[in-house]
Design a binder for this molecule. Structure first.
Ligand SMILES: [Zn+2]
Length: 351
């Protein structure tokens, strides 16, 4: 296996890609999301469930066993299926994420109908087989933090998935809907109806959204729990990096939102991996966005495009496929603390 840091010839990539296709596209058939996700869900939120990030129920241990997340009748879990097996469609049936649960706020964990209807385990759709790991190269980082923000005027959604760089498994999930701080109530309602109404998740947004500065506070607690960052040390993540699809999220949007929310740009947002740049330099093929990368890699899109949680999972599947194909991730963009307005880039060839 050649894990040299150099860019590799396109022909070699093509061969490897053909040979080592991800288990995900083979195991999990594509089912489109139903347009209304939460037609009858009306949880009463308790203050205790709001406070604890661990209420996500997505600790590394719970993800590896995941025995408490399914309700009867219990489907065959994708991680128990060999990647080449044939199985009934229902066994790998895609379900929309419970967007209360992703935020630690689901109050229906004892309701079998709810559990059958919604996915309460993000790792379920992101399994990788042992055979797929054969071509994974050693990485400079231990963890990747896939991030895909939503919101043009202000940030509306902040989803992050931690991926283990060796096993490619999902370590944990952080997800919050974000309430704009400088927008009238009427404007917020219009904005959310236009953005999330079509996915049927406007109600869960209204039930759960909190201001950006609170999201950042909870996010930092969560990072610290995973030993990925320490407040007293400030600065960078600990052997981890954000992975985004493009530079917009961390080059443009987060600094803008920090100004609007009147907080300092946190040090851990100063560098990132733009997956499209690594993609271009690894496959020697240009892909303008997530959908193009997925199309070129023959990965089916799951869920609703531009719902941040679903996009983050789909970008994770692209990342997993690239790692399975032998890509080495590197920081592609960074700001120096001395001149934070200026962003420098690793690759000459970039999107
Ligand atoms: Zn739920």
């Amino acid at each position: 296996m050649n894990c040299a840091r150099e860019e590799r010839p396109a022909i070699q990539i093509q061969n490897r890609e053909t040979m080592a296709s991800s288990s995900l596209s083979r195991v999990l058939p594509l089912f489109r999301v139903s347009p209304r996700r939460f037609p009858s869900l009306s949880p009463s939120l308790s203050s205790s469930s709001l406070a604890a990030p661990s209420a996500l129920g997505l600790s590394a241990s719970s993800l590896s066993t995941a025995s408490d997340m399914s309700s009867p009748p219990q489907p065959v879990r994708p991680d128990r299926m060999p990647s080449t097996s044939t199985h009934t469609r229902d066994a790998g049936r895609w379900r929309p994420m419970c967007l209360y649960h992703t935020q630690g706020k689901c109050t229906k964990m004892d309701d079998p109908i709810h559990l059958e209807k919604f996915n309460h385990n993000a790792a379920r759709d992101l399994q990788v087989s042992d055979a797929d790991l054969e071509h994974v190269c050693p990485q400079d980082l231990d963890h990747f933090l896939v991030l895909d923000l939503e919101g043009k005027v202000e940030i509306l959604e902040f989803p992050v998935l931690i991926i283990d760089a060796k096993s490619l498994s999902i370590v944990d999930l952080f997800h919050r809907f974000v309430r704009p701080s400088q927008m009238s109530e009427t404007r917020v309602n219009e904005y959310i109806e236009g953005k999330y109404g079509k996915f049927g998740v406007d109600r869960v947004w209204h039930d759960t959204a909190i201001p950006f500065e609170e999201v950042i506070g909870e996010f930092e607690t969560w990072l610290a729990q995973h030993h990925l960052w320490a407040k007293e040390q400030g600065g960078k993540l600990n052997r981890a990096a954000f992975v985004t699809c493009g530079n917009w999220d961390l080059k443009t949007k987060v600094p803008q939102q920090c100004k609007v929310s009147r907080i300092k740009l946190p040090g851990y947002f100063m560098e990132w991996i733009n997956l499209k740049d690594v993609y271009l330099n690894f496959y020697h093929r240009e892909a303008r966005g997530m959908m193009a990368m997925m199309r070129q890699l023959d990965i089916s899109v799951q869920g609703s495009h531009h719902l941040g949680m679903d996009d983050t999972k789909n970008i994770t599947r692209v990342l997993q496929r690239m790692l399975i194909n032998g890509a080495v991730m590197r920081i592609t963009a960074w700001r120096s603390p001395k001149s934070p307005d200026r962003v420098q880039f690793a690759y000459q060839n970039r999107i």
